[in-house]
Ligand binder design. Structure first.
Ligand SMILES: [Zn+2]
Ligand SMILES: [Zn+2]
Length: 217
């Protein structure tokens, strides 16, 4: 059994202490996290309504790992197809990686989703399986409207880089038009955060609703 499935079973195990089940969720995220580890965790706290006090709703951890699992199944099916296709291409003498590069091989440093890494409360609001379905469809050549990541069709936000402008998706901060210098610039979060605070769900209430006072607390 893979590490993901072993740890998924631990998240489900109601005989384990809650903090162990919570750290098993983290291990699952190290295996698969379509928005990056920190942003995917942040997403799951909202979509599964994980309360600040885990005792208030232990099932929230199960909802979170099941959303992740559902997305992972979709990703694995597509990734296996891709591997088989690459193998066939190599047989036929085509060694270079085909364009477009599959979404799960995008570099965090150099990718248009760098903001999700730099400021983990920026990410699409799509449920993870929907995001994976959308990315797989685009890899298969679907021409979908709006932001490639989240489908948001509102006008972008322009951010100055000091020597030029980048245009970011209003919904998820995906880079729609890069800085003219060609570099990927770090995205400086407009609200300072610390990862420990997100990990302890300072942005959530005890009931599992978003904390209206975050990040001021
Ligand atoms: Zn977007
Ligand atoms: Zn630049």
């Amino acid at each position: 059994m893979t590490s993901f499935l072993t740890h998924r079973a631990r998240v489900h195990d109601s005989f384990l202490p809650l903090h162990r089940r919570h750290s098993a969720l983290r291990t699952c995220l190290t295996c698969f996290a379509p928005y990056g580890l920190r942003a995917t965790y942040h997403h799951l706290t909202l979509s599964a309504a994980i309360p600040r006090r885990l005792e208030a709703d232990p099932d929230a951890l199960v909802r979170a790992v099941e959303e992740l699992h559902e997305a992972r199944v979709l990703w694995r099916a597509r990734a296996e197809e891709y591997t088989a296709q690459r193998r066939a291409e190599k047989w036929a003498g085509r060694r270079a990686v085909a364009n477009p590069r599959p979404w799960w091989l995008r570099s965090w440093w150099d990718g248009p989703h760098r903001a999700w890494y730099d400021a983990p409360f920026h990410h699409p609001s799509l449920r993870l399986p929907e995001y994976v379905r959308r990315q797989n469809a685009m890899l298969d050549g679907a021409d979908l409207p709006g932001c490639p990541a989240c489908g948001d069709e509102r006008p972008p936000v322009s951010n100055s880089t000091g020597h030029g402008w980048v245009e970011l998706c209003r919904g998820c901060a995906w880079v729609l038009a890069p800085c003219p210098c060609g570099q990927r610039h770090q995205v400086v979060p407009e609200t300072p955060f610390n990862w420990n605070g997100i990990w302890r769900r300072a942005h959530m209430s005890d009931e599992g609703t978003p904390n209206a006072h975050w990040p001021a607390v």
